[in-house]
Design a protein around this ligand. Structure first.
Ligand code: NAI
Ligand code: 15L
Length: 269
């Protein structure tokens, strides 16, 4: 597809949205910002909830593509997850369909497959077609979002790249994140690839840097043009000396989803 220029960025006030607001304009994108939380210094940002279908439709009008980050980003009650992540994502896709937006990039999460055991050293990487194994209601909503994206491609021709993001923060802050971390710079590279790749239909990819301790297979991400440049290994010595190596007998260390896989989830991580 021709490189989209105007991109609706939902969740623009959040952690990842703030990082991407700083990075994506350098790729030539004009961002239209949307979030339930007002964004200081951005008078043009749309402050609205994903439940507001009219506001969403207006926000989607005339854009070339959407990056959908808005929603609850950790575990919460089923009712809250349904409203923000399930109904909210449905409303977003309806707005995309009604306004004829050709491409969406959906912020899925590693927690859609969080109960997948992490691979032993030297074992094959986790493939992208590993079955959904959500570790929380939150992860379940991301599995739903991926299926919704598939439906909107098959039924309505709305294209999506669903990105099972690992941990996109300035730096990794745990030993698990050495495997799943995505640097903000690689996040920008990945979103740009997802916005510009030809004919993605519905493509699911993992979102991380090219980490030495990687757990999953980045080949579907590379196939759409993502070329990660960073590696968390520079943080390994410090994090391991502070926290120790991952313990296979600790249920918060055994699976991709890490501390989301215990009841209740173990915060902070
Ligand atoms: P965040 O919690 O910092 O930001 C989420 C934003 O969505 C907030 O600004 C919030 O106001 C907005 N929001 C929540 N519910 C809304 C609603 N009903 N209507 C409108 N806006 C609403 O989360 P973060 O870290 O920025 O993540 C962004 C997205 O990426 C989320 O969908 C998250 O699940 C996903 N993700 C993020 C990862 C990360 O490492 N940061 C890892 C995996 C997935
Ligand atoms: C996520 O899905 C969360 O949104 C983010 O805050 C991190 O917890 C990340 O996963 C992770 O797995 O580290």
């Amino acid at each position: 597809m021709p490189a989209p220029r105007t991109v609706l960025l939902t969740g623009a006030a959040g952690g990842l949205g703030t990082l991407m607001r700083g990075i994506l304009p350098a790729y030539g994108y004009e961002l239209r910002l949307f979030d339930a939380t007002p964004i200081e210094g951005e008078p043009g940002a749309i402050t609205a909830d994903l439940a507001d279908k009219e506001a969403l439709r207006e926000a989607a009008r005339g854009v070339d593509a959407i990056i959908h980050l808005a929603g609850i980003s950790l575990e919460a009650s089923f009712e809250k997850i349904v409203r923000a992540n399930i109904e909210g994502t449905y409303n977003l896709y309806e707005a995309a369909r009604e306004e004829g937006v050709a491409r969406t990039v959906f912020a899925s999460s590693n927690h859609a497959v969080g109960f997948t055991p992490r691979p032993a050293e030297g074992a094959p990487l986790i493939p992208i077609d590993t079955p959904h194994r959500p570790d929380t209601f939150y992860g379940l909503s991301k599995a739903f979002g991926e299926d919704l994206a598939q439906l909107y491609w098959d039924l309505h021709g709305v294209e999506t790249v669903s990105v099972r993001i690992g941990s996109c923060f300035m730096e990794p802050s745990s030993v698990r994140m050495l495997s799943v971390w995505m640097s903000p710079g690689d996040g920008g590279r990945l979103f740009h690839a997802a916005l510009t790749a030809e004919e993605v239909g519905h493509t699911v990819i993992y979102g991380s840097s090219a980490n030495t301790r990687l757990w999953w297979d980045l080949s579907t991400a590379r196939a759409i043009g993502y070329d990660p440049q960073d590696d968390s290994e520079q943080y390994a010595e410090k994090l391991i000396s502070e926290h120790g190596e991952l313990d296979p007998d600790n249920s918060a260390h055994a699976n991709l989803g890490g501390p989301f896989c215990t009841d209740p989830p173990q915060w902070p991580y």
